[in-house]
Design a protein around this ligand. Structure first.
Ligand code: AMP
Length: 209
């Protein structure tokens, strides 16, 4: 059973690394952002509640998120899981028992690069697949590689919302990362998220294995 927390600012490559790691380790990918986006896409009650916070770059209510994570973890009986986008603040971090966590991985990327990455990002709503107009373009302009359906810009990838998300990250999530770095130094690794995705992936695997 491998249990991983993957942390980093929006646009740091968490989603990409999470997908690669979960495939390699055969563990479940629990992305709070993706669960909320799918709920919005399907217009469920959760999606309607989350929409306002997400579209304005704010965090969704802590109790909703903590209950969501607890429910997801409870449902799992597989080889392990990777938490992507959780915890985002100290209150959320207190809901996790770190004795059960094997590794805490932090992808560090400066704000100027995050802005370039997020503003060029394109999203396939049905599957959650992500592209970048420059660094990971689809085979056909504006279309998903597999379904050929149109790609969209996420509402929260608009420049004004990106800036708000980065403020929230520096105000709330950075505290959790600093706390993990000082209190969980054996389980914690800080990785330069500017590097090539395969290099980052290998660094993470070396740390875990
Ligand atoms: P992400 O895809 O992880 O960048 O998440 C997109 C948006 O979903 C965030 O900007 C928040 O509005 C919301 N969200 C995702 N994870 C959390 C969380 N752990 N706590 C509160 N809100 C979250």
């Amino acid at each position: 059973m491998v249990k991983i927390i993957l942390l980093g600012p929006p646009g740091s490559g968490k989603g990409t690394q999470a997908a690669m790691l979960c495939k390699k380790l055969s563990i479940s990918h629990i992305s709070t952002g993706e669960i909320l986006r799918q709920a919005m896409f399907n217009n469920t009650e959760l999606g309607r509640i989350a929409k306002q916070a997400i579209d304005s770059g704010q965090l969704v209510n802590d109790k909703i998120i903590i209950d969501l994570i607890k429910e997801k973890i409870y449902q799992l009986n597989e080889a392990g899981y990777l938490l992507d986008g959780f915890p985002r603040n100290i209150l959320q971090s207190q809901s996790l028992d770190l004795n059960f966590i094997d590794a805490i991985i932090y992808l560090d990327v400066p704000d100027n690069i995050l802005i370039e990455r997020l503003s060029g990002r394109r999203y396939h709503p049905n599957s959650g697949r992500i592209y970048h107009i420059k660094y990971n373009p689809p085979q056909e302009l504006g279309l998903d590689d597999i379904t050929k359906e149109p790609l969209v810009i996420r509402d929260d990838d608009q420049l004004d919302v990106i800036q708000k998300r980065l403020i929230v990250y520096h105000q709330s999530t950075k505290d959790v990362i600093n706390w993990y770095e000082s209190s969980q130094s054996k389980k914690f690794i800080k990785i330069d998220g500017k590097n090539d995705k395969n290099e980052i992936f290998n660094q993470i695997l070396n740390f875990i294995m």
